[in-house]
Each structure stands twice: as C-alpha cells, then as structure tokens.
Design a protein around this ligand. Sequence first.
Ligand code: SAM
Ligand code: SF4
Length: 335
Amino acid sequence: MTAIRQPPLTDSFGRLHDNLRISVTDRCNIRCTYCMPETGVPFTPHGEILTYEEIERFVRVAVTLGVDKVRVTGGEPLVRRDLPELIARLAAVPGIRDMALTTNGVLLDRFAEPLYAAGLRRLNVHLDTLDRQRFIEIARRDELERVLAGLDAAKRAGFVNIKLNAVAVKNLVEPDIVPLAQFARRNGFEVRYIEFMPLDAQNLWDRGKVLLADDILAVLAREIAPLHPVPDPDPRAPASEYAFADGVGRVGMIASVSRPFCGNCNRIRLTSDGKLRYCLFALEEDDVKGLLRSGAPDAEIAAAIRRNLAGKWAGHEINSARFVAPPRPMYAIGG
Ligand code: SAM
Ligand code: SF4
C-alpha cells in the first residue's frame, strides 16, 4: 500500500520537522552519573514498551508527514532484545533516508556486524574517558574494555565516520579531553562534546557544572592544534563542527547550554513507552501507544503528531530563572 503524503510537519514558528528520535528502552547496562541514579531506577514494565511492530507502524505514519531521518536511542538500545530486527524493519520503510544509532558501545562487539547487515550505517558511541578508573567513576561500571572492543568491532564491520559522544561536565571530564581527542584522531573517529544538560535523574545539574564548548575548544587548540569552524552539510544538526588545522580530524560541539540551537530544531521524539515529545525539555507529552494499541487509523496517529508539535515552544529556557526540568530524566526520554 502506498502511503499518501501529507503537508509537511511545521510548527507554529515555521520550523520543518523531519527528524525522529526513537527511544526503544529506558534500561541500561551502565549508570552514568549525569544520567541515571546508581540504584533503584524505576524502569518501565515490558508490557508498557512499544513493540517493534508498533514502532515500525509509527515510523510509516511519520514518513507520510515528511520525516525522513530516524535515530534509535534509549536507555541503552542494545539491551533491547534483537535490536537489529528493528533496524532492518526501519531500513525497509520507503522514505527513510538516514538512520543512526546512539549506543554506549558496551554490547557493540556482539552487535556491530548484525547491525551493519541490517542496514545501519551511522553510529554514535558514547565514550567519556579512556582511563579505566575514571570510566568506573563516571559510569559506575567496569566496562571500558568492552566499549573499546565494540569500537574495534564496529570498524571491522564496515562502519565509517563513527562519532564519539562525551558529556561535558565541569570538574569531571577535563583530564579526558586531550587523550580522547588524540584517540579519535588516531582512529578516524570524531569526538562530540555535549554540554551537560539538566536531565540527570538526581537533579545534580547546575549551570556551574557545565563545561562550556568554548573552554573545551581552547584546551584542544592549545594542546593539539588550532581549530577552524567548518560548515555542517546539515545546518539544522545540533553540533557545530571544527577541523584541526593540521588536517587530522574534527571535533563537534553540542553547546545546548552556552549556544542553544532551538531556532533550527527539526526533531520530534517518541519515548519507549509511546509518548510524543516535541523537545528534550518538554513538560507535557501526548500518548500514541493507546492509539497504536486500539487500532486507530493512520490519520489519527498523524493528527496526534501534529497536535503535539503544535504545542512546541520557541526553545528551552535552561538559561532563564523560569526553567523547570522535565519530570523524565535523559535515560527515559532518549538523547
Ligand atoms: N545509552 C546510549 C548512550 O549513552 O549513548 C543512548 C542514550 S543516552 C541518554 C544518549 C546521549 O545522551 C549520550 O550520548 C549521553 O552522552 C547523553 N547524555 C546523557 N545524560 C546527559 C546529560 N545530563 N546532559 C547531556 N548529555 C547527556
Ligand atoms: Fe546509560 Fe546512556 Fe544514560 Fe549512560 S547516558 S546511563 S549509557 S542511557
């Protein structure tokens, strides 16, 4: 059946939305301090999590509204059983031009090959440090070796342009900035620093704990080589890109706090329990699981997506006194 294309998804500020982030689980096999609490995480029961059939159906409807990019995330997406099956289903949806996976890499040594075979070509692997003790301090699990093995496996499987995601937390990751960038340059990866955002489960965030993109750039330029801004082929992508002047590699800065990029936002989100969110920081969300499970027609699901987007604000207010952190932490939204 050929889906009928609808008018594109545009919010009340005229921003076109064609990029969908899908969280497939809120579970995780590590416990990063800036995301999850160490113990007692209230995970969603399995029956409340969207099935792969439900996610695929949602994506097919979203495509009729102009969505052509998807990113699969979590929690840790690779702890969800048979993730390559979902990747293969989404790769086969006509109209999806670009698909990416964000993972902590712990299970990549096992899954890199089947993911590639399923059609995945873009990988972001979360890595803050190359030091085993510091990894344990940050992620509260002793898994650095497996992440590094996962990166090797990903290269062997055929993945290129792998991005490394590091979270920029002040007084925590400073010793890792230069070693991580050097590691990336040696291996053909690109490190992307994400400024620490107020989405941690324990409300530890305050502005003083954000390691700012400009400070990281200054360290890299001083210790490695000068950096030049380079235009991103997708101007609506959240990262600003910089190339090392010696011609070896690039770094990206996702400066959500110091240089918010909301004006260019093209992203909508589907949580693992079937809620629609127009922003990482949204305080309200709309349910689509009920529609998917009650046999609602595609038009109703499309209408729910449009309704949710209609409420989208101009941007988050992290930098204002009015800011209220969302009730869901990062692991339950999908970064
Ligand atoms: N488990 C996968 C991972 O860690 O890549 C996917 C989900 S994780 C929530 C997605 C991204 O969010 C990761 O790259 C992580 O670095 C980032 N992240 C988590 N908590 C954050 C926070 N409080 N501020 C900024 N980025 C955060
Ligand atoms: Fe897990 Fe990713 Fe959150 Fe770390 S950032 S605890 S790997 S979901």
